[in-house]
Design a protein around this ligand. Structure first.
Ligand SMILES: CC(C)(COP(=O)(O)OP(=O)(O)OC[C@H]1O[C@@H](n2cnc3c(N)ncnc32)[C@H](O)[C@@H]1OP(=O)(O)O)[C@@H](O)C(=O)NCCC(=O)NCCS
Length: 311
């Protein structure tokens, strides 16, 4: 996603580049800004003084001299202040409605299945698995020359990929058949539970771009809530929406006198772990118990991370 600067306001637009609209309404593509100097003066003038909270990061100014790379790095380097960027999107965080189901399930599935690739990369590049790959390569070569050297490590790597795939895809299948099947019934039938969606106007149409849910239970003396279904659509990440969704959930818990908020995530989800740490969560423990076979978890080399926030 890129942004359009229009009379001092930013609007999320779906073009592949940033457009600058001058106060006279004249559109100037950032691609026409063809030198670092021009970009720098642009940043120092209009953008720095605009009222929308746009804060260009310094590395952008010293970006490469080719136009295309300036545009790209500028876009990636945009750091909008949370409230400003999200207000621009006309964002609302509201309770789930039954008509949101398809969009919510789609967001849930996509954000879980996108973890297969980083999980595979982490697993295959772990020292132990690298060692096994090299050992199988050598063994295959000694037993059957070049084809053997390719087949044995190939089978091993395929096995790792299948494990990573299995963990996340079977998780999605399981949840779509259970708690996501009847979201209202599972998350909204009790006053201490809730399911929120973040809805933004995209090209004039409402679109679900984030979700989060809370379920409360009594754990001994403590009223404990668990956070589920945290997901932000990939085009809207790093805008502070994740923080806002978790804050909506923590405010809800505080209003109900809930003293602990817990959650589970996986070691693949580095962004999520960082987000929760930023908001004060700490890691309670890690384990390898999941919905699937322990051998699969071992091959995928993931750990489940349990985190807690005292409210
Ligand atoms: C995790 C997720 C919800 C974060 O949403 P987001 O809207 O991008 O988060 P925010 O913009 O509020 O970022 C807040 C902080 O999270 C951390 N963070 C977010 N994305 C990150 C990334 N890609 N890499 C490292 N840290 C990241 C940073 O600490 C960030 O603060 P900063 O921007 O000041 O550095 C989002 O990446 C996502 O939906 N991931 C896939 C699904 C998932 O893993 N869900 C968690 C289930 S437990």
């Amino acid at each position: 996603m890129s942004h359009e600067l229009h009379n001092g306001e930013l609007k999320g637009v779906k073009h592949g580049f940033i457009q600058r609209k001058t106060l006279r309404g004249q559109i100037m593509n950032m691609q026409s800004v063809c030198s670092c100097g021009a970009l720098k003066s642009l940043l120092n003038s209009d953008l720095n003084t605009s009222r929308n909270g746009l804060t260009p990061t310094p590395h952008v100014i010293t970006a490469g001299s080719r136009t295309q790379s300036i545009v790209l790095q500028f876009r990636l380097g945009l750091k909008l202040k949370d409230s400003a960027s999200l207000a621009i999107m006309q964002l609302v965080i509201r309770k789930y409605r039954p008509q949101d189901k398809d969009a919510v399930c789609n967001l849930f599935s996509c954000s879980a299945l996108e973890l297969i690739r980083p999980c595979f990369y982490n697993s295959v590049s772990s020292p132990l698995h690298l060692l096994i790959t090299v050992a199988l390569f050598a063994a295959g070569y000694l037993l059957g020359s070049v084809p053997g050297a390719l087949v044995l490590p190939g089978v091993w790597i395929a096995l790792i990929y299948c494990s990573c795939h299995n963990i996340y895809s079977s998780y999605v299948q399981l949840k779509l058949k259970t708690d996501m099947r009847d979201i209202s019934g599972n998350f909204l039938s009790r006053p201490d539970n809730c399911f929120w969606v973040a809805e933004a106007q995209v090209d004039g149409r409402p679109q679900i771009i984030g979700t989060v849910a809370i379920k409360t239970k009594q754990s001994g003396e403590v009223r404990q809530a668990e956070l589920f279904r945290m997901a932000i659509s990939s085009s809207y990440r790093r805008l502070g929406l994740g923080v806002r969704m978790v804050k909506a959930a923590t405010d809800f818990c505080k209003e109900r006198g809930i003293s602990e908020l817990v959650l589970e995530t996986s070691s693949t989800q580095v962004a999520a772990v960082n987000l929760y740490k930023k908001l004060g969560f700490s890691i309670v423990c890690t384990h390898t118990e999941t919905h699937t076979y322990s051998l699969v978890v071992k091959l995928a080399k993931i750990r489940i991370i349990r985190m807690k926030l005292c409210l």
